[in-house]
Design a protein around this ligand. Structure first.
Ligand code: SF4
Length: 721
């Protein structure tokens, strides 16, 4: 008999299973953190199908962050220069509802915005969509996933007819060749990388190619590292396609039977001969040929990517040109093959299912599809036309709306935009102008709490019950096993109460998160992400289950059900896609390069990224001593040649400037970064290190399709501070 709880790690999209136990166990000393506080014990859940008992340092230490710096009570103030005063939930709710009602009457519903988070559980996401897009009639809900994976969503949707990563983690162990592009998987998705690394080490014939301007830990493990110039991914993909076509290593049967638009694509590919591509990418021709050879010689190619592809002003084009390679070689819909985006946050995938971006609706539906809107309106029992036909404001457009005065109410939940948004000084200035900001979070203070008029304490992971979906579409129930501190409440419950107070009693009469989830899964019925066969009870009984999991399955029992639950569910195994004619679409794109190329005044490309131990803006990991020791200070990597030219010495301060701002960092001189490129981790905000905000330098220029900003690259100058 054990008193453990099985749940999911609340950090990254790998979604590792955790088993947690109370601090005191019979016959054992009480488990304590380094400061002597009793803390829950955490270990990997050996039965979780995604992680098989493995965890990284973040998952292993998560319980150390649960009690520290918590926001316990609602707080209010009239202006940002006032002190907060503690108020009741009733008073805070009344103020919020009054403001929302006034604005709806005076400026219309589009003056209201909510900026949510991939930290939400699916129930939180779903109720927020229902409230904003359905009952309030504004599509102004966006999540921090906009900064993370909206290019992957757009790329999948345009190429395959709907969103949805087609692969599963089992493919990591079945592939002949893994292409990792714009992802430092070893540090940012460590347990995914471990599975791949073990397979790669065991099988000498399996190849690993890493494409990254930095020689990261991931690149160290590769058979081939292509340190391409930032912004030349499309050149590379088109150059590989050129060689595969020249060598006849393409699957003409798959192209003819399962795709459309190949000839337009082939017309573009003709313009990418190896000499040109190698020059544009800054690599040798033989390196390019080796990459193409690995791809062409392999039966099953798996590509993995994350921010290096998504956070780009041509993010959708990059995703689609990578998918093109899979389509031209038939590397999709079979074990060990396919394009596999690695999601950043623990439930960004659940957010996609629940419609958690300003251009989508629950059940992998899109705002600009009249039939999709009608289906959702009917489901929510709303009059036809209640959901607006045009998308809402993206995260960055909310900032712009504060600047112009069009946004009069901003509700931020479970995210820290005062650190994570691009052009952070402009973002902070806009937040300062906000007439009314509600900030709902588990922690206080954060950088964003400085810009709030109302603070609402949120119950976080471990303090509420809900569901999260990881990158391989595995859905895990995360049960409550601790009490929330003070008066903290689950996000969905707060949104539902505001809905009821606004008069929408019928739509928000939920008593438990299980009821919310039961309604949510119904809206997915018949859709690509069909989860209608799932429920809290089923997930509690059988453990994590992967979608699609329709309710329409013939009733299975015993071994048969067990077998069905454990079978990995790849998408497109019948080579039929979610487009009207069932064919995937090739996309013909030329490379445009970076939105802000270097010039004489700003001669370096700055690329930003993450470190193994820290999570995003350190709201949790900054409070864990072991992780703080791993990464004590912000820094900037520079190549020895560049450092010598600028008289920069190791571990001395440098000043980095872009057209938007400046910041100071300690220099780290390393050959891991290419000459002409600098690297700065994005984890430090003003609370942790004044004047060392990476996003003081970045710009908001975004992909025109996915609207994801190019946080990965901007032009800067650097000098000794
Ligand atoms: Fe958590 Fe991600 Fe680490 Fe797994 S890899 S333990 S999900 S942070």
């Amino acid at each position: 008999m054990t008193n453990s709880t099985k749940t999911l790690c609340p950090y990254c999209g790998v979604g590792c299973g955790l088993e947690v136990l109370p601090p005191a166990q019979p016959g054992k000393p009480v488990n304590r953190d380094s400061e002597g506080t009793p803390i829950w014990q955490v270990r990997g859940d050996r039965n979780h199908p995604s992680s098989l008992g493995k965890v990284c340092v973040k998952g292993a230490t998560v319980s150390e962050s649960l009690e520290k710096s918590r926001l316990k009570y609602p707080m209010m103030r009239d202006s940002l220069t006032d002190e907060f005063r503690r108020v009741s939930w009733d008073e805070a709710m009344e103020a919020i509802v009054n403001r929302m009602q006034t604005l709806r009457l005076t400026q219309g519903p589009d003056a209201l915005c909510m900026y949510g988070s991939g930290q939400f559980q699916t129930e939180d996401y779903y109720i927020a969509q229902k409230l904003f897009k359905g009952f309030l009639g504004t599509n102004n809900f966006d999540a921090n996933s906009r900064l993370c994976m909206s290019s992957a969503v757009a790329g999948y949707t345009q190429s395959f007819g709907s969103d949805g990563p087609p692969c599963c983690y089992e493919d990591l162990e079945l592939t002949d060749c893994a292409f990792l592009i714009g992802t430092n998987t070893a540090e940012c998705h460590p347990i995914v990388f471990n599975r791949l690394r073990v397979h790669h080490k065991k099988n000498r014939k399996v190849k690993m190619v890493v494409v990254d301007p930095r020689r990261t830990q991931t690149a160290e493990a590769a058979d081939l590292h292509l340190a391409i110039k930032p912004g030349t991914d499309i050149d590379l993909f088109n150059g590989i396609a050129y060689l595969l076509m020249r060598w006849g290593r393409i699957d003409t049967f798959f192209i003819d039977e399962c795709t459309q638009n190949f000839s337009a694509y082939a017309d573009v590919i003709r313009h990418y001969p190896p000499e040109l591509v190698a020059r544009n990418c800054g690599i040798r021709i033989d390196e390019l040929e080796k990459a193409a050879q690995y791809w062409g010689d392999s039966e099953r190619v798996l590509s993995l990517w994350s921010m290096g592809i998504n956070q780009s002003s041509e993010g959708t084009a990059k995703v689609r040109t990578l998918i093109n390679l899979h389509l031209m070689t038939g590397d999709i819909g079979k074990p060990g093959a396919g394009p596999f985006s690695l999601t950043g946050q623990p439930n960004a995938m659940g957010g996609r299912e629940a419609g958690g971006l300003c251009n989508i609706l629950p059940g992998y539906r899109v705002i600009n599809n009249p039939q999709h809107r009608a289906e959702v309106e009917q489901f929510w029992k709303l009059p036809q036309g209640s959901i607006q036909p045009q998308r809402g404001r993206t995260a960055w457009e909310m900032i712009q709306g504060l600047e112009t005065g069009e946004v009069g109410f901003l509700w931020i939940a479970a995210t820290n935009p005062a650190v994570s948004m691009p052009d952070i000084k402009r973002t902070q200035a806009a937040l300062k102008r906000s007439p009314f900001t509600v900030y709902q979070d588990a922690y206080y203070p954060t950088e964003t709490s400085a810009y709030a008029h109302i603070l609402l304490p949120a119950a976080q992971w471990s303090e509420k019950t809900g569901v999260m979906t990881n990158s391989e579409r595995m859905v895990t129930l995360c049960p409550q096993f601790r009490d929330p501190p003070g008066e903290a409440r689950p996000d969905w419950e707060v949104f539902a109460e505001v809905g009821r107070r606004l008069g929408f009693t019928e739509g928000f009469n939920f008593k438990t998160s299980a009821e919310v989830y039961a309604e949510f899964v119904q809206i997915t019925e018949g859709r690509p992400c069909d989860s209608s066969g799932l429920s809290h009870d089923k997930l509690r009984t059988y453990g994590p289950l992967q979608w699609p999991y329709p309710d329409a399955w013939p009733w299975l029992e015993g071994e048969d059900l067990e077998q069905q639950n454990r079978t990995n569910k790849r998408l497109y195994t019948d080579f039929r896609f979610n487009t009207p004619d069932g064919r995937a679409r090739f996309a013909a794109y030329h490379s445009k390069g970076l939105a802000e190329p270097t010039d004489e005044a700003y001669p370096f490309v700055l690329t930003t990224g993450r470190l193994y131990g820290h999570w995003h803006t350190q709201t949790r990991t900054g409070r864990i001593p072991k992780i703080q020791k791993m990464h004590p200070d912000p820094f900037m990597e520079i190549h020895p040649q560049d450092a010598a030219k600028l008289n920069i010495e190791e571990n001395t301060f440098v000043e980095v400037r872009s057209r938007r701002g400046k910041a100071r960092f300690l220099a780290k001189i390393t050959k891991a970064i290419a000459p002409g490129t600098l690297f700065i981790p994005m984890h430090w905000g003003a609370l942790w290190a004044e004047d060392a905000e990476a996003n003081a330098l970045t710009h908001p220029n975004a992909c025109p399709t996915s609207l994801q900003p190019e946080l990965k690259a901007c032009a800067v100058q650097v000098k000794v501070a």
